[in-house]
Design a protein around this ligand. Structure first.
Ligand SMILES: Nc1ncnc2c1ncn2[C@@H]1O[C@H](COP(=O)(O)OP(=O)(O)OP(=O)(O)O)[C@@H](O)[C@H]1O
Length: 608
């Protein structure tokens, strides 16, 4: 059966019964290098750079709100000294109005910075998602065979979501934390260097505590994301493979295997959350400590007349806010580390090499349809040769049937012809031209596929057929369905051509799906047809309909058939019999029967 790795036969390629996985996701690194993180930050920076102007506005608003936040406590201190301590005259109302104004500016600036930053963040992650999605279409097909689909989905959703949340809030918080802290320090130094030094004594304790925590949380968040991806992959696999799970009564094993993965995610999340939770507790404790230190030291200094009561009020107010920027820094650094971990996983996809056509490859104009394999050899990775020295040729409009036992290499021939894989030796030519010199998209545009496992999208029957040629009119779609013998069953559907097909075509039989696939190919009208005959038993009436439709489709069209039905094989112009990757024999049905070789044996056993 023709299997596009991870794309074609769902059940065929799925490791459903493999209970112990070595783990999906990126290879586990012992230590996260800062250079890796900086690389990721640079990439995020490049995305953010597009919104420079909005970011500049955000930065301005952060500066404004931080400045207002600093000015408030200072004015409060002045008020205390002026009106309470010295009982000096003056207009208290003006000062209070000034204070109200400062806090109003702070609130306004905070709201605006939030509003603009969300705009930047959402646009940035939307572009990341788009780039990732586009890149998924640019990577070669073997990539999909290596990755769990749900795990890939998790990178596009969970991981990007993490980046989105961080950009929306953490960025501002960290920046304003730094600005506020620096400003506060400046103010404090001007007011009383001695009290400043005393208040800062808690910082080394805080720093040591934070360092201890963040060293653990970064790694734990990566683990958490990795396990989340793995679990996502497992869920996706289970949902799409429910039929197989149920047919083999493997529900219990499946649930147990889920439990194992869920347990790993729980453990990773538990420790990640626990450690990151420590941060805020630590900060509150230090906050109280610094308040106590300022109150005690400040009172002593005030008694000696070194500082005024107003300065203590300002310091105490700062002390209350002191921990806020540091807290923000610390907690947000955790969130940011988690987001960087997510971004790293997302960018990992972007760093996958794209399917490259090479500089010399160009478009393929009209195709007559001659196909030639000349001494073609191929191996999947460093496994031994899957195909060895394949040579055969068909003229335009002819049909070649690939036959042979399972695993002989029939599908691999098709994978090479479509350039999903490249041969290690020999040449494949279409109309005498080596396909390596043809752009993949251009090559595939001349090909039509009718595969065993027809993939239908969540769309109407009409649009599913139209997938063959997007600009086709409704009339052309219906004409194609008629030629494909699909019209009569479509007409009986509740809403005819406008019936919506859900979840890959549930509610439509296997045979009907094939008829739709044939209609798609009829509409696409390709020069070369790639056909993977269904092995599954289909009722006789539908079988006849499919046969009829296929004969119409194959007429005057070069066809490469991974053949299972004797009728198709018999009518083929050339039968290539494969055995363990080599051509055992080739020729027409009559000539091969006459030889009484492998084909003759195969034919006899099928007949019997
Ligand atoms: N993506 C892959 N990676 C590694 N090995 C593969 C891959 N696809 C197929 N193979 C191996 O290559 C050999 C030929 O496989 P292929 O699918 O071409 O056989 P086939 O004749 O089409 O079989 P069937 O009739 O069962 O579909 C098999 O041994 C198979 O295990």
């Amino acid at each position: 059966m023709l299997k596009m790795p991870g794309v074609g036969s769902r059940y065929g390629t799925m490791p459903l019964l493999r209970l112990k996985r070595s783990g999906g996701g990126p290879p586990k690194k012992g230590k996260v290098e800062w250079s890796d993180r900086i690389g990721t930050l640079r990439k995020i920076g490049a995305y953010l750079g597009v919104h420079r102007k909005l970011l500049a506005l955000v930065v301005f608003m952060v500066l404004l709100s931080s400045a207002a936040g600093l000015l408030g406590p200072y004015l409060l201190g002045v008020a205390v000294d002026t009106y309470l301590v010295r009982r000096a005259g003056g207009n208290l109302l003006v000062l209070l109005a000034g204070l109200a104004g400062v806090y109003a500016v702070q609130t306004g600036a905070t709201l605006l910075q939030h509003y603009w930053m969300i705009g930047v963040a959402q646009r940035t992650v939307a572009r990341m998602r788009e780039d990732l999605f586009a890149h998924l279409h640019a990577v070669p097909i073997p990539f999909y065979g290596k990755k769990q689909h749900g795990e890939l989905m998790s990178r596009l959703t969970n991981d990007i979501d993490n980046v989105s949340q961080t950009l929306s809030s953490s960025f501002i918080q960290v920046f304003s934390g730094v600005v506020t802290f620096a400003g506060m320090l400046g103010f404090m130094l001007v007011l009383s260097p001695l009290l400043t030094v005393i208040s800062l004594t808690v910082i080394p304790v805080m720093y040591a505590g934070m360092k201890w925590i963040t060293a653990r949380t970064g790694k734990l968040f990566r683990e958490q994301q990795r396990h989340m991806g793995e679990l996502g992959g497992f869920i996706e696999e289970t949902i799409s493979g429910q039929l197989i799970v149920k047919s083999f009564s493997r529900e219990r094993e499946r649930i147990a295997a889920f439990g194992e993965r869920n347990g790993r995610l729980r453990a990773a999340s538990y420790w990640a959350q626990t450690y990151s939770g420590f941060v805020s507790k630590l900060v509150i404790m230090l906050d109280n400590m610094s308040f106590a230190v300022i109150a005690a030291a400040g009172s002593l200094l005030a008694i000696q007349g070194i500082v005024t009561v107003g300065v203590i009020v300002t310091f105490a107010e700062y002390a209350r806010q002191f921990s806020r920027p540091l807290n923000q820094l610390a907690t947000q650094i955790n969130t940011m580390l988690s987001a960087i971990a997510g971004a790293e996983r997302a960018f990992e996809i972007l760093s996958e090499t794209k399917e490259s056509d090479g500089d010399s490859a160009d478009e393929l104009a009209a195709v007559k349809g001659e196909i030639e394999f000349s001494h073609v050899s191929f191996a999947y990775g460093d496994k031994g040769d899957t195909l060895t020295d394949l040579t055969f040729r068909i003229k335009p409009g002819q049909t070649v049937a690939l036959v042979g036992p399972t695993g002989a290499g029939k599908s691999t021939v098709v994978q090479l012809l479509t350039r999903f894989y490249e041969p290690n030796g020999g040449h494949i030519r279409i109309d005498g031209r080596d396909i390596r010199t043809i752009r993949r998209q251009s090559l595939r545009r001349h090909m039509g596929f009718v595969l065993q496992d027809t993939v239908l999208f969540d769309a109407t029957v009409r649009d599913n057929i139209r997938y063959g040629r997007l600009e086709a009119t409704d009339g052309e779609v219906e004409r194609a369905a008629e030629l494909a013998n699909a019209h009569s069953f479509i007409a009986k559907l509740p809403e005819g051509y406008d019936t919506f097909i859900r979840e890959g075509g549930s509610g439509i039989s296997q045979g009907q799906k094939q008829l739709l696939a044939i209609a798609r190919a009829v509409l696409a009208d390709p020069s070369i047809l790639i056909l993977d005959e269904a092995t599954s038993s289909i009722d006789t009436v539908t079988e006849i309909k499919i046969q009829q439709a296929l004969s119409r489709l194959m007429k005057n069209r070069t066809s490469v058939v991974v053949a299972h039905r004797l009728s198709t094989i018999r009518q083929a112009d050339l039968i290539v019999v494969l055995e363990r990757g080599k051509i055992a024999e080739q020729g027409s049905h009559e000539s091969l029967m006459e030889r009484q070789g492998v084909y003759w044996e195969l034919h006899r056993s099928k007949d019997g």
